[in-house]
Design a protein around this ligand. Structure first.
Ligand code: FES
Length: 295
């Protein structure tokens, strides 16, 4: 088993589910306003906010560790440690918002990630207190302990993203299954108005679900797997969300603008993959946009 592959065992283990469930309920209650959740998810940014914010505490603490290693620069380390401590609060909130909307295995690993980060934060606060009291050596020991723990926890966060697909666009992954040929969606008149319809794109030997929405004489075609966790968008609804016609996912309510595919409401933070559309003799055809084509 690889070093970080052992983390998958944790994700498979339900031992602490009884403790995780109330923590998740508390996070969801705390972050109930949709605008706050979307702010923390990064829906407005088009990218998950948590990994962006995490650069600040991690970068500050690594830099403080370098300053602590060189005696003349040690006094400046406290400023960086304090910066990391302050930045850890919004970073933790954005992570908690994402965590509360993830599948069970990611939630289990995310709980370990959160506990490790909380302990690391406590060690850094203790380091600041020790330094303020003139106990510089103890302050450095606490800071390096915090750095080791935060580094291990960052590796867990990376495993959640890269190995367990948390925070990645599931629609971009599904889009790669399609060929680059025009796909016949069928006669426009067969499509219901303002209701998603399921069509299938011919993939590289694998059928790929598409969610097709007609509004009058305009048709928008999306990869059918939701960017958030792959929910079936063709089973969703068309709704007005914050002033725009959106395709709404039936699983967790993410809303994607029909015109551009951008998220208007989370938990999705990335755009939904949208296909180019053309109309040929009353029929609709769609294909992947240019960014998926080899040069
Ligand atoms: S799968 Fe979560 S909102 Fe679509």
């Amino acid at each position: 088993m690889s070093l970080l592959g052992a983390l998958d065992r944790i994700a498979d283990t339900p031992t602490f589910d009884k403790a995780i469930a109330p923590a998740r309920a508390a996070v969801r209650a705390l972050l109930r306003p949709q605008g706050l959740k979307d702010l923390l998810h990064g829906t407005w940014l088009g990218h998950p906010l948590h990994p962006v914010l995490a650069q600040v505490p991690v970068g500050s603490w690594v830099s403080a560790g370098i300053l602590d290693a060189v005696p003349p620069t040690r006094p400046a380390a406290a400023l960086l440690i304090g910066t990391g401590v302050v930045a850890a609060v919004p970073t933790a909130l954005s992570g908690a918002a994402d965590w509360s909307e993830q599948e069970v295995g990611v939630r289990r690993l995310g709980a370990v990630h959160a506990v490790a980060n909380t302990v690391a934060l406590g060690l850094y606060v203790g380091s600041l207190v020790a330094r303020a009291r003139g106990a510089g050596a103890l302050g450095r020991v606490l800071a390096y302990s915090g750095l080791g723990l935060a580094g291990g926890s960052a590796a867990i966060g990376g495993h959640m993203s890269y190995a367990q697909s948390s925070g990645v666009s599931h629609s971009a992954t599904a889009a790669r299954g399609l060929t680059h040929e025009w796909i016949d969606i069928g006669p426009m008149d067969d499509l219901p108005d303002r209701r998603p319809a399921l069509r299938t794109g011919e993939g590289q030997g694998v059928p790929v679900p598409l969610a097709v929405v007609r509004r009058g004489t305009r048709v928008d075609v999306f990869v059918g797997s939701c960017a958030h966790l792959g929910g079936p968008l063709a089973e969703g609804t068309v709704e007005q969300v914050r002033g725009a016609d959106c395709l709404v996912c039936p699983w967790h309510g993410s809303a994607f603008e029909l015109d551009e595919g951008q998220p208007r409401r989370g938990p999705a933070a990335t755009a939904q993959e949208k296909l180019e559309v053309r109309y040929v003799a009353g029929r609709v055809e769609a294909r992947l946009p240019g960014r998926h084509l080899e040069g």
